[in-house]
Design a protein around this ligand. Sequence first.
Ligand code: FAD
Length: 263
Amino acid sequence: MKVVERKNIKVNYQSVLKEVRHDKNEAVFFNSADKTKETTMPYSVLHVSPPMKTPDFIHSNPGIVDNTGFLSVDKYTLQHTKYPNMYGIGDCTNTPNSKTAAAIAKQCYVLEQNLLATMAKDSPKEKYNGYGACPLVTSYNTCILAEFIYDGVPRETLPFNQARESTIAYYMKRDLFPFLYWNLMLKGYYHGPEFIRRIINPFAKKISGGNLHKLHNPAKQFNGVSKVPIRTEPEWELRSNLVLRSLCPAVGRISDDDDADDR
Ligand SMILES: Cc1cc2nc3c(=O)[nH]c(=O)nc-3n(C[C@H](O)[C@H](O)[C@H](O)COP(=O)(O)OP(=O)(O)OC[C@H]3O[C@@H](n4cnc5c(N)ncnc54)[C@H](O)[C@@H]3O)c2cc1C
C-alpha cells in the first residue's frame, strides 16, 4: 500500500467493468456489492483483465469440473476428486492458489510423484502447499517479489524482507526468470525455489501441504485491520534470515520508505 500511496493511485475495490465506450474513451463499472451502482471513468490507456475461465472442452464436461467450471482436484495431492487416475495442474484447476507459472513449477513435481504412485497402485503422497509467486514491478528498477502459500501466508525465499521494493528482485524478474522459465521450467528441470531456500536456510522445515496446518492457523493470519498476512516462518528460521540479512545488508535495500514493520 505504500507504493500505491507514493504513486497517488486511487484503488477502486469491487469495481467490475461493464462497458467500454471507445468512441468517448470511457469505461463503465458496476459495484459488485450493489450492482445498481455504476461509475463512468474516463481513460487514456485502459488495461483490462478479462474474467478467467477454463477452455470449453473442460468446463463443458460437468463430470470433471466444479460449479465454477474449473477442474475439480484435491488442493494438496492434485488428484481429481472423482477420478483417481486423473490429475490436474495449472490455471485450469480449482486449487485456491494464485494462478502463476511459479505455482505450476511446484505443482509439476507433486504431479510427477503422485502420478507415478497411482500408476504403481499406491496412494498419492506428495502434497502441494499452494506456493505461488508474483513479481510486482513498481518502477524502472524496483520490484516486489511476493511469494506465498495457501491462505496468503508469505513464503519468502531470499534472506531479506521481500514485502519491500528491491532492486535485486527487479533484475531477477527482468533477467533471471525468463531464463528460468524457458530453459529450465518448460523442460521440467525447475520445481520452484525450495532448493535455494535449502542453501540459504539448510535447517528450514519443508512446508508441504501435509504439514501446512501445523505451522499456521489460517484464521489467525490476518490482523483484521489491513488484511495483511503476518509472517509465519518458525522463529529460528526468521532469526537465521535476519542474520543473513545483516551479513549482506545491500541485498534487500531499496526505497526511502523502507522500514522494519511495513508488513
Ligand atoms: C499478462 C500475464 C502475466 C503473467 N506473469 C506471470 C509472472 O510474471 N510469473 C508467473 O509465475 N506467472 C505469470 N502469469 C501466469 C502464467 O502465465 C500462467 O499461470 C501460466 O501460463 C498457466 O499455464 P497453463 O499451462 O496452466 O495454462 P496456459 O498457459 O493458458 O496453457 C493452456 C494451453 O492450452 C491450449 N489449449 C486450449 N484449448 C485447447 C484444446 N482444445 N486443445 C489443445 N490445446 C488447447 C491453449 O492454447 C494454451 O496454450 C502471467 C499471466 C498473464 C496473463
